[in-house]
Each structure stands twice: as C-alpha cells, then as structure tokens.
Ligand binder design. Sequence first.
Ligand SMILES: [Zn+2]
Length: 278
Amino acid sequence: METLIAYFETIPSSHRSIILISGITFFWLLEYGVPLFKFNYKKFKHARPNIFFTLTTIIVNFVLAFILLKTSDWVVVHNFGVLQWLEMPLWATILVGLLLLDLIGAWLAHWVQHKIKPLWMFHLIHHTDNHVDTTTANRHHPGESVVRFVFTTLGVFIGGVPIGIVLLYQSLSVVFSQFNHANIKLPKKLDTVISWIIVSPDMHKVHHHYVLPYTDTNYGNIFSVWDRFFGTFSKMRNEDLIYGVDTYPDVDSNTHIGKLLKIPFSRYRAPKGAKFEQ
Ligand SMILES: [Zn+2]
C-alpha cells in the first residue's frame, strides 16, 4: 500500500499518458467485441472532436497542476482537512480520500454544472455527443476543465488529501470514466451488481439520455454511492436510450469542434422539460 502511494506521489507525466492511452485502446477494442449499440457511425471520425477535447483537458490540467500540488502540500504541512484530522490506517485513509475527491471533485462539480446555467452551457458539449463511446469520457470544453479543476482543488483542500492519493484518484478517474462511457454491453446481472459500488456502463448511459429528467440523474464518476445517497440515482432500459441533448439535435454540428467551442457563448436554449427558471 505504501509502495502504491509512493509511486503515485511521483508518477511521471509519461506514465499518466500511458494509462490514458491504454485505457482508450482497451475499451475501443472491447467496443468492437461486445458493443451495446451497433452505431452507424465512422468510429475514427467520431473520435476526432473527442480526442481534441481530451487534449485540451490535459493541457488545462497540466498548466494548473502547480495549484493542486501547492494545495496538497499546504494541507499536509498545516494538518488541515478531513484526512489530517482523522487517525486512520493507511488503507482507510486512501479509501476515504478517494471517496471525498469523488464527491467534491467529481459528483458535486458535475451536479453544479447541471444546476447553474452558465456552467451548463460549458457542460453541454459533453452531452451533445450522439454516439457515446469510450472517447466521450473526456469530451469537456476547456471551460468545463477549469471548473472541474477548481472543484478538485476544493476536494483536496477540504479532504486534506496528500498528493499521492490525489494522483491515484486522477488516474483511476480516467480509466473509470472511459469504462462507464464505453459502448460495451456487460451481462445485465454483472452490471447491476457492480453498480452498487461503482458507476457501471448502464448506470452512466442513463445520464446521456437526451431529455430531462434523466439528464439530471446519475452524476457519479467512480463510486455510485453519491447518487444513491443524494437521491439522484435512476434506471432506464438500454433499448429506450437516445443519446444527445434535445436542444442540440443536429448530429453534424455536434461533431464540429469550432461550433462546439462556441456553444457556451451562444444563446441559451430551453429544454423540453423545464430545467432552469426563465
Ligand atoms: Zn452531465
């Protein structure tokens, strides 16, 4: 356990890139073998904007990384935050650290983006994908990447999380997100069983259904406990799923990088189900 944390404390950027690329490659191949939907799409062409937004996400996080490092150093030196206040064995410290980062840095960050209109305008880009697959995982507008970074930093601050656990969480987060976005079909029983602990592919797909109220459910990233706890857990049959957002139905525009980048600065379109106060 100590070795694991020691490794993540100093994980080289190259190793983080290998994790990301291996994950995409693994699930990409699995999508050929056990697809959930037989999409009538060009897989490589569809991946282009998603890879672009994955790269901008990496750049944003790389540029801001020093803030995360400084915050983590500060909480450890000043003995501040939940993990610093609790005396726990290492395994429990890691588990609680991962849970807290998942709650504040991912679940809360995601929930807030569905509830605050200007933030939703950035998060929309993620939801406009009409063919959700493993490449959709990091399809985030650079503005959304900044929002998520702020919440991750907040999670590190409140949680008092040492950098080894932060980087372990981020590496796990990449792979889990690729897994639950992947266009793969697990045996229904298996999907249901794992959804009691982690966000399963079927669970997250509901979040990508094109209309409310489903869009506003299943916000979880790694652990499914937060949606169950906050009452935002929902189920839907796979065969009833329609990916995308009702307000952005044009499939061609939804693969156009320039148009996607401009969405947050365009006029707000009200969804069919009332989502925000007009
Ligand atoms: Zn969302």
